[in-house]
Design a protein around this ligand. Structure first.
Ligand SMILES: Nc1ncnc2c1ncn2[C@@H]1O[C@H](COP(=O)(O)OP(=O)(O)OP(=O)(O)O)[C@@H](O)[C@H]1O
Length: 221
């Protein structure tokens, strides 16, 4: 579904590239982790596949069409949802308003958006009373669940997440990891997450480590 072909990226100096000639394929119904040490370029890679920035070399294809051709704004609106470590929810809205607003912005075809949003929030442990609270009144783990449901409800085939468990305790992290695996396996989406935690990566179907400016596949049990 998503292919990166010969991509290369650097910020200021071509000789100081983060990576070059990267070729990877990501499929629907599977989860992927990108591991790597701090500063190796994980978040930068995510911003490329999320259409927030363009590779300096090579191409990114979504269903065999270059995302440049789709148009990055269009691609972000129709194909990919991003879950950020800092949640990036709209603070003056309730949880359910965050979810339905995202469906409005992405022109979701879904009828009964509010009911669907509430059921989806309930499925990750956000009951109706929490769903109607301003998100600033929710805990970090609860806000992360809202951010995931917001991404999930947009009906995009690709969900990318940047350190989605970075701020959370171990139990909450496990819950979040399980939610992402369900989204990949039961909703047939492609989930790609950046993490520096090996336990998070081990739960994914495929793991790549960004090391020495290259993506190396790691075999998981
Ligand atoms: N806007 C920018 N301009 C110049 N250099 C940048 C910019 N953003 C990031 N970098 C540099 O690019 C490298 C990769 O950054 P990136 O944030 O992708 O790494 P990361 O693997 O996600 O790190 P972390 O795990 O610490 O979040 C780092 O050396 C960083 O300093």
């Amino acid at each position: 579904m998503l292919k990166v072909e010969n991509i290369g990226y650097w910020y200021d100096n071509k000789n100081d590239f983060l990576y070059k000639d990267v070729n990877l394929t990501f499929e629907k119904g599977k989860s992927y982790a990108i591991l790597g040490s701090s500063g190796s370029g994980k978040t930068t890679f995510l911003s490329l596949i999320a259409g927030l920035d363009k590779p300096k070399e090579g191409a990114i294809l979504f269903n065999d069409q270059a995302i440049n051709k789709i148009g990055l704004t269009n691609y972000r609106k129709k194909c990919v949802s991003v879950v950020f470590q800092a949640y990036n929810l709209l603070p003056y809205m309730t949880a359910i308003q965050n979810v339905t607003t995202a469906m409005d912005i992405t022109h979701s075809d879904r009828k009964n958006r509010k009911e669907f949003g509430l059921t989806s929030l309930e499925s990750v442990g956000i009951d109706s009373s929490l769903a109607h609270k301003p998100v600033t009144k929710l805990s970090g783990g609860q806000q992360q669940r809202v951010a995931i449901v917001r991404a999930m409800c947009c009906e995009h085939d690709l969900i990318v997440a940047d350190e989605p468990t970075g701020n959370l305790d171990e139990q909450t992290s496990n819950d979040i990891i399980n939610i992402f695996q369900k989204i990949a396996h039961e909703q047939n989406k492609c989930v790609i997450m950046v993490t520096h935690e090996r336990e998070v990566a081990d739960a994914c179907d495929y793991v790549y480590e960004l090391k020495n400016k290259q993506f190396e596949q790691i075999v998981t049990q």
